[in-house]
Design a protein around this ligand. Structure first.
Ligand SMILES: O=C(O)C(=O)Cc1ccccc1
Length: 466
């Protein structure tokens, strides 16, 4: 019998999930939780899940309630990965000390080590390095939302879940969309030689990094014409990934249709909402006016192209890349149809660990904050940066999903419902810069919630992305 010992954990959330390839261990597995001390764990769940190649679904198995030492059900099924989650009542950051001997072998990107040991229970420190090679640590709150997939449709298990992904040639980079999507191009520009991992939606891209199925995610955050990608702003708050970089790319959008289809046949144009927004005026000029050609938003540009091709839609065109035209065998009806030729999309690069902020090159820091007594805090926060000559690059407000509305009783005015916001601010300074540190100390005084989403090198050389 083998068992795993949890030797240290830092909780940054109400639940943590650890995952590792079950094939690495003999069954049954004993989980030894003694090192966790009296941490306020409420529940421990075991579940097995299968790691699908395209991130679409996971298979949760039954829960087991918490005991200090636990054994997996025997015989256990033979899924590709075995995971367990630890739920805590704690809300804020906590840390537990790792066993020092073992912590030296903890993967650099991880806060947790799971150690495989022999049945006698003696530590096998000589083997720590190898033992930890296939360990993954993930943090996820929404596992139960994920759907089941039939076992016979399961992809192969990961062969390498090592967190030591410094070599960009081995990086697995999650992006939203199908092959041929602009985000795939962005992933390749951000991490040349990476293995791009297509995800059905942005949330899965976030989850795949948290689950150590991917090493990074590259997601669009804003476009100079289409504005912010609100969904990705909201997801930044719902997940614990760090922004570790940005990349800016200009794309030349094309209008794609099935071979033989001419402009006058088109009754519908489909694409990602950003692409539709970026081509609106040009589409009108080309004769695809709203009055006779419907616009329809879909998840991504390559998905739009694939939809036209797969369903043989002769009355529908897709706005997508020339590469998507090639992949899905479509013709290019019109090229470079974006309304502004200098239109730029900014993508963020996300990772489980932050980069170390430096001051020897231009850095950007992204923060998000809220104030539970309304929006008047905004000018104070902004002046904290202005006072220190720190340039603000972007400000975005989103509904505060934890508390969307605040009821205000004013004797003179009556009762009003005020909307509550989360403010996202990008400023031009590194967190290693003392001006930024002082500004943040001040901001903290005015805000009820403050989080640094990342301090990362600025992309000062936007490129063309085909
Ligand atoms: O749908 C895609 O291909 C994306 O990657 C999102 C997107 C859409 C339009 C411009 C830039 C990124």
């Amino acid at each position: 019998m083998s068992y795993l010992r949890v030797v240290g954990v830092r909780l940054t959330h109400s639940s943590l999930l650890y995952s590792f390839p079950s094939s690495q261990y003999k069954n049954p597995i004993l989980l030894h939780l003694s090192q966790l001390g009296d941490y306020p764990f409420t529940k421990l769940h075991f579940r097995y899940f299968i790691q699908p190649e395209n991130m679409q679904s996971f298979s949760p198995y039954p829960k087991i309630t918490f005991k200090p030492v636990m054994q997996t059900p025997s015989p256990s099924p033979d899924p590709h990965r075995l995971t367990f989650t630890v739920q805590s009542t704690a809300r804020r950051y906590h840390s537990l000390h790792s066993n020092p001997t073992v912590s030296t072998t903890v993967p650099s990107a991880g806060k947790v080590a799971l150690q495989q040991q022999n049945t006698t229970g003696t530590d096998n420190n000589n083997n720590n390095k190898n033992n930890n090679d296939n360990i993954t640590v993930v943090n996820n709150r929404n596992m139960l939302d994920l759907n089941l997939i039939p076992v016979n449709k399961l992809p192969k298990p990961l062969t390498n879940t090592s967190p030591a992904a410094n070599n960009s040639s081995t990086l697995r980079v999650a992006y939203q969309g199908l092959p041929g999507a602009y985000s795939e191009t962005a992933a390749g520009k951000a991490y040349p030689e990476c293995k791009p991992i297509p995800c059905n939606n942005s949330e899965l891209a976030f989850q795949s990094v948290e689950l150590w199925i991917a090493d990074r995610a590259v997601l669009p955050v804003e476009n100079s014409l289409g504005g912010s990608v609100h969904r990705n702003y909201d997801l930044l708050l719902r997940h614990r990934l760090h922004i570790v970089g940005e990349i800016q790319i200009s794309f030349r959008h094309c209008l794609l249709a099935l071979p033989g289809v001419r402009t006058e046949h088109i009754k519908r144009v489909i694409s990602h909402p950003q692409a539709l927004a970026q081509c609106e005026l040009t589409l009108n000029k080309l004769g695809f006016g709203f009055n006779h050609v419907v616009r329809e938003a879909v998840a991504d540009t390559a998905g739009a192209a694939e939809h036209v091709a797969a369903n043989n839609l002769r009355d529908t065109a897709a706005i997508a890349s020339p590469r998507a035209a090639e992949i899905y065998n479509l013709n290019i009806l019109a090229e470079s149809i974006q309304d502004d030729s200098s239109c730029v999309t900014r993508f963020m690069m996300l990772a489980r660990e932050p980069v170390v902020a430096r001051t020897d090159r231009p850095y950007k820091t992204s923060i998000v904050f809220a104030q539970d007594r309304g929006t008047t805090v905004l000018y104070k926060v902004l002046s904290a940066f202005e006072f220190r000559n720190i340039r603000l690059l972007k400000i975005e407000s989103r509904p505060n999903l934890n508390r969307p509305v605040r009821v205000v009783n004013d004797v003179n005015v009556g009762t009003a419902k005020h909307f509550e916001y989360m403010f996202y601010v990008d400023f031009e300074a590194s967190m290693a810069d003392v001006r930024a540190q002082n500004a943040m100390a001040e901001v903290q005084e005015f805000t009820s919630f403050l989080r640094v989403l990342g301090s990362y090198p600025m992309d000062v050389n936007p490129t063309w992305g085909g």
